[in-house]
Design a binder for this molecule. Structure first.
Ligand code: ADP
Ligand code: MG
Length: 429
């Protein structure tokens, strides 16, 4: 099967071959024809299977078939949950659309809105956006969505997980009732089906998730370890294995920061990527990681979702996710594009129930190892940890440390001032 036989135009085929793609991926093969025919499409395939091109290519073709409207109102709106994803889709749209006369733009929060407003003023055919900033700019009157012909919800499952349902519903009210709808998701939960029912009109449903495909291609291993020894074990595995390009998942943002600091102290270059980081810091971290100047990226599930990081040899679950599907997404980051990968989970007693749930989902009993010096604690409780509780305790501890530091710095500034006085008095004498 070739891209040409899917009915794509010469201009798109040229851009595709420039990008180096030879054949369409299974989800592209299945999704592109119905989108070109104008159907609503509900598509599901795992992370890393090329869903972005599955909707952007046919959209670009459909839009370029008609003359641009006067003032170039938004004709296709692509909603996506995170800033990184929005930026990645935008990059793809620009690359695929290189030989077409279409304008695209991306808007997301966390950065100055003025350049985005200026771009919108010039007219934009394809707009990629995160919900918050989109609704903001619309409310301020900088953007009208009443000419949208094609609406896309990308990473719909994550949108729901991140609590964007209300925002999605608000956006739906701003776009015309008659339009083509596309929904892409890595998973097909009950909630996704319900959302799809509310948005899509008689959709063609395409699914390209081969049973357990990722799971088979990836070597998975569990290290049973005491919770307080996890950091040491992660450092040992990474440095002794001389691993480069490791993606480490933690359950919380503070956990990501703390782990990053420990890696740096151990001489492993690391960067954290999560929702509390500024856009600049996140982009820089991702770039460093892709270039290889940063060996380890520590991420939370939400921040990592949909990130396009090809060829990742190692994924470490520093904490096990309490949502089993997240495990599948996480390990899907390794062994992309047919390369082999290794996924390692550090599991403490309190995560036993999460492990059992994951094994049930993937239908495998994961092999367990114990490293000398990093044994599990036989007396530790198997009661599941409460991550929110853990985060609260961490904040309290930070506050205590901060107030202690403040007292110390107060006394040291007092010392400084007496010293200054002394110098001063000496001078006068
Ligand atoms: P998904 O949205 O399913 O997680 P992406 O759209 O981010 O996946 O694509 C994952 C990677 O695969 C990207 O680096 C993309 O450039 C690459 N890719 C997409 N389609 C093809 C293709 N047909 N041939 C080769 N690589 C592709
Ligand atoms: Mg995607």
């Amino acid at each position: 099967m070739s891209f040409k036989s899917l009915g794509l135009s010469e201009a798109l085929l040229k851009a595709i071959s420039k990008k180096g793609y030879e054949t369409p991926s299974p989800i592209q093969e299945k999704a592109i024809p119905p989108v070109l025919e104008g159907h609503d499409v509900l598509a599901s395939a795992q992370t890393g299977t090329g869903k972005t091109a599955g909707f952007t290519l046919p959209i670009l073709q459909l839009l370029s078939q008609e003359a641009p409207l006067r003032n170039r109102p938004v004709r296709s709106l692509i909603l996506t949950p995170t800033r990184e994803l929005a930026a990645q889709i935008y990059d793809n749209v620009r690359e695929y659309g290189e030989f077409l006369n279409l304008r695209s733009a991306v808007i997301f929060g966390g950065v100055n809105q003025n350049p985005q407003i200026a771009t919108l003023k010039n007219g934009v055919d394809v707009l990629i956006a995160t919900p918050g900033r989109l609704l903001d700019l619309q409310a301020q009157g900088h953007l009208s969505l009443n000419k949208v012909e094609i609406f896309v919800l990308d990473e719909a499952d994550r949108m729901l997980d991140m609590g964007f349902l209300r925002d999605i519903q608000k956006v739906m009210k701003l776009i015309p009732a008659k339009r083509q709808n596309l929904m892409f998701s890595a998973t097909f939960s009950k909630d996704i089906k319900k959302l799809a029912h509310g948005i899509l009109n008689n959709p063609v449903q395409v699914d390209a998730t081969p049973e357990n495909s990722t799971v088979d291609a990836i070597s998975q291993k569990v290290y049973r370890v005491a919770r307080e020894k996890k950091t040491g074990l992660a450092i040992k595995l990474i440095s002794e294995g001389n691993w480069k390009q490791v993606l480490v998942f933690t359950g919380t943002k503070h956990g990501a920061n703390r782990l990053c600091e420990s890696f740096e102290k151990a001489g492993i270059t690391a960067a954290a990527i999560h929702g509390n980081k500024s856009q600049g810091a996140r982009t820089k971290a991702l770039e460093g990681f892709k270039k290889g100047t940063v060996s380890v990226m520590v991420a939370t599930d939400i921040a990592a979702r949909g990130l396009d990081i090809p060829l990742l040899p190692h994924v470490i679950n520093f904490d096990l996710p309490n949502i089993s599907e997240d495990y599948v997404h996480r390990i899907g980051r390794t062994g992309r594009a047919g390369a082999s990968g290794e996924a390692i989970s550090l599991v403490s007693a309190d995560e036993t129930s999460f492990l059992l749930a994951i094994e049930k989902l993937v239908g495998l009993k994961l092999p367990v190892e114990i490293v000398e010096g990093f044994e599990p604690d036989p007396n530790a409780s198997t009661k599941p940890i409460n991550r929110q509780q853990e985060a609260r305790e961490f904040r309290k501890q930070k506050q205590r440390e901060a107030s202690k530091a403040k007292t110390n710095s107060n006394s040291s500034s007092k010392e400084n001032s007496t010293e200054k006085k002394r110098v001063f008095t000496n001078k006068r004498r």
